[in-house]
Design a binder for this molecule. Structure first.
Ligand SMILES: Nc1ncnc2c1ncn2[C@@H]1O[C@H](COP(=O)(O)OP(=O)(O)OP(=O)(O)O)[C@@H](O)[C@H]1O
Length: 354
């Protein structure tokens, strides 16, 4: 069941177009991550859905309700059942944790649901319990850690039972370890509460690891939307490929569903004929010591559980980076054989270049 449908939405600041015909939907309990370079319009997209920025074309539906369709329909933010969780939590420092969580329950559109003070109190207690902070109800935000403050912000956003939760870089201020924990807790809670959500992030691993689907926004357009693994393995353009992970492009000549490359004949996605490039991710390259190998090790970069090994093709200018888990069994100058996991994405010479 669709919780949010965005159809051909356009938005601008003055004469500068920022969103250009964006369409997607988010199902109940589903998380969509929006990835894209700085300035591509991610925040504007969230603000438009929340009603904080007026769109100029297209339409937005919340469940079955049309909430935006210029110039006729525009439901103000306080009447949209949409929660917003900003980067820094944005808690009110002078209010207790409990009052922060209860803040959104007194808005006019919720008067009928949360009119009774007892009902509001019960909802606040329920939410604080859900995020594991029932004991902190009377504390001030400054008495809590960064991670706890983000959990309060989540409780506050969820308290009014929003249909959709919008999160704008919600974990950016947290350090790496804490971030991974909070992220999976939040994901589990949203799934359990069946709240549809949109997560805006710069962090590719965060998007890939927590979202059900990923949308890549480039210059105000949705370049690709799909399951994380699909977007990663089968990006539609070189730009998308480079945006969702380390992308290496290696010359190839395609015949049908195969291509000739420095790795030999490889299977490629799709069919066609002509010159172009295959996409290779570092973890798709497998290296093995072999005196008759075609590659020579140029550099070994240790980085904890895996190392990045750069190998040079002995008969061309081509180099690729391979990720090797654990101990690297060969040193600089070693001759190795390189194989790639298939099938690989293929881009025609004529398609967009980076
Ligand atoms: N209030 C504003 N007035 C004019 N231009 C704006 C305004 N807010 C944003 N912009 C411009 O609109 C474009 C999109 O901005 P937006 O903040 O939506 O991008 P973003 O993808 O969220 O960027 P970031 O990842 O850096 O937060 C940018 O070029 C930005 O400079």
């Amino acid at each position: 069941m669709k919780s949010l449908s965005v159809e051909r939405v356009g938005a601008a600041y003055g004469s500068t177009r920022v969103l250009d015909g964006i369409s997607f939907h988010v199902d109940r309990g589903e998380m969509l991550a929006v990835l894209g370079p700085s300035g591509c319009g991610k925040t504007t997209l969230l603000r438009s859905i929340a009603g904080l920025h007026r769109i100029d074309t297209g339409s937005i539906m919340l469940g079955e309700q049309l909430i935006d369709q210029p110039p006729r329909v525009y439901l103000p933010p306080e009447h949209r059942r949409i929660g917003l969780m900003p980067q820094e939590g944005g808690l009110f420092p002078h209010l207790s944790v409990g009052r922060n969580v209860g803040f959104g329950l007194v808005r006019p559109s919720l008067r009928s649901v949360f009119a009774d003070r007892k009902v509001r109190r019960a909802r606040v207690a329920e939410l604080l319990d859900l995020v594991g902070l029932a004991h902190a109800i009377d504390a001030r935000p400054r008495e809590l850690s960064g991670g706890q403050q983000q959990r309060v912000a989540l409780a506050r956003a969820l308290a009014p039972r929003p249909t959709v939760l919008l999160m704008d870089e919600p974990f950016a201020a947290l350090d790496a370890g804490l971030r991974a924990n909070i992220r999976s807790e939040v994901r589990a809670m949203l799934r359990e509460q069946k709240v549809a959500s949109i997560l805006v992030t710069h962090d590719q691993a965060e998007a890939m690891g927590s979202a059900d689907r990923v949308a890549v926004l480039l210059a105000g357009r949705c370049a690709q939307i799909g399951e994380p693994e699909h977007v990663y393995r089968a990006p539609v353009t070189r730009e998308v490929a480079a945006f969702v992970g380390e992308a290496q492009f290696v010359a190839a000549a395609r015949t049908g569903s195969h291509a000739e490359t420095v790795f030999g004949k490889v299977a490629v996605l799709g069919e066609g004929h002509g010159r172009g490039e295959i996409l290779i991710r570092p973890e798709q390259v497998r290296l093995a010591s072999a005196p008759d190998g075609q590659f020579q090790v140029g550099e070994v970069q240790f980085s904890g559980p895996e190392s990045i090994v750069t190998v040079h093709h002995r008969e061309s200018e081509i180099s690729v980076r391979a990720s090797v888990r654990g101990e690297v069994p060969f040193g600089i100058g070693s001759i190795v054989r390189a194989e790639v996991a298939q099938p690989l994405a293929f881009f025609d010479s004529s398609s967009t270049t980076l």
